[in-house]
Design a protein around this ligand. Sequence first.
Ligand code: SF4
Ligand code: SF4
Length: 109
Amino acid sequence: MITDTCTKDELCVEACPVDCIHPKKDEGAFEAAPQLYVNPVDCIDCGACVPVCPSNSMFALDELPAESARFAEIQRRLLQLSQTRTEQPLPGAGPDGLGAGFFSTMGYA
Ligand code: SF4
Ligand code: SF4
């Protein structure tokens, strides 16, 4: 998963073999998104994104620092929403940018 030190430079996007990191520069939600996110359904847990991140923002779930624990909840919500394929914004969407536009970009609209 990705934490809020992400600078949206897309180095992980280039490294990801299954194109599961969004939103990308050519997607509508990119400008508004505070960071990039991993689509948990498509991610194959290959780990290729972790070493290329210059801001150390990429973590496997079991390696997430305690101070970044809230991102595990964001990832859980992403998984929940992607499984239900709903356009509805997540409860509490706002500061994290996890609104309907973001998920439309991810193909869930
Ligand atoms: S490589 Fe790191 S800083 Fe760059 S977009 Fe990915 S998570 Fe964000
Ligand atoms: S672990 Fe692999 S599949 Fe998952 S986001 Fe990173 S590069 Fe993509």
